[in-house]
Design a protein around this ligand. Structure first.
Ligand code: ADP
Ligand code: MG
Length: 233
């Protein structure tokens, strides 16, 4: 479903150039769950930004469902982001003055879904993360794990085909991280491809998914499901 062909990304500032991705080619299949590993600065977030349609200044091609994005217009990227993608970040990125329910409804509001349908879909999504009793709370009344569950509910509310997660358990302790992983597994079982950056090797070992690793902007490992070995990282 997603094909990256010879992607090279260079950040240019007035004083220097930083090659963040160096000729990366990789494909992701429908309904895969993929862990993305790599040291800080290896290019993981840059890769997710490109896949997420948030950055379109790079060399190479991103192919979505067989269609090159080379000639995509802004509207095409908007529609890709709004209809096919969900994003989850380490810091939750919730809006603090909105309730849990309003946060989850937000993507639907932006997509002009009507009030009733919005609430119905948001409640359904909050049920999937076991937060249906928290809907009128504000994010600052929730624990870190609960905030991340709200963020996941918001990301999956329009039933995306791809969920991009940039260190979703990075701020959470091991027990809460497991709860988040179980939720992500269920989202994956419901048919969503999950691409997840993590530093937590114990999660990677426990959940036995496909694993790719970046180093200095290059794709250095690509283990099919079940073949990951901590020793040869
Ligand atoms: P990771 O997520 O693996 O930590 P990033 O993709 O954020 O890595 O960064 C890859 C490289 O690109 C790093 O050397 C980083 O400093 C550089 N970089 C990231 N974003 C920018 C930017 N906006 N401007 C300049 N350099 C950047
Ligand atoms: Mg990063």
């Amino acid at each position: 479903m997603l094909n990256l062909k010879n992607i090279t990304k260079i950040y240019k500032t007035s004083s220097f150039e930083q090659k963040a991705l160096d000729d990366v080619s990789i494909s992701f299949r429908n309904n895969e769950f993929v862990f993305i590993l790599g040291e800080s600065g290896s290019g993981k977030t840059t890769l997710l930004n490109i896949i997420g349609g948030l950055d379109n200044s790079y060399e190479g091609d991103l192919i979505i469902n067989g269609k090159s994005t080379k000639n995509f217009k802004n509207e095409d990227f908007d529609s890709y982001r709004n209809n096919l993608l969900g994003l989850v970040f380490q810091n939750y990125n919730l809006i603090n003055h909105l309730s849990v329910l309003e946060n989850v409804e937000l993507p639907l509001k932006l997509a002009n879904v009507d009030y009733k349908k919005r609430k119905e879909l948001a409640l359904l999504s909050l049920k999937k993360v076991n937060l249906e009793n928290y809907i009128y709370k504000k994010p600052n009344e929730l624990s870190g794990g609960e905030r991340q569950r709200v963020a996941i509910a918001r990301a999956i509310v329009n039933n995306p085909k791809i969920l991009i997660c940039d260190e979703p358990t990075g701020n959470l302790d091991p027990k809460i991280s497991m709860e988040i992983m179980e939720i992500l597994e269920n989202v994956n079982k419901d048919g969503t491809t999950i691409l997840m950056v993590t530093h937590d090797i114990s999660i990677v070992e426990k959940f036995k998914k496909r694993v790719i690793a970046l180093k200095d902007g290059r794709l250095v490992k690509n283990y099919e499901r079940g073949y990951f070995k901590r020793e040869d990282l």
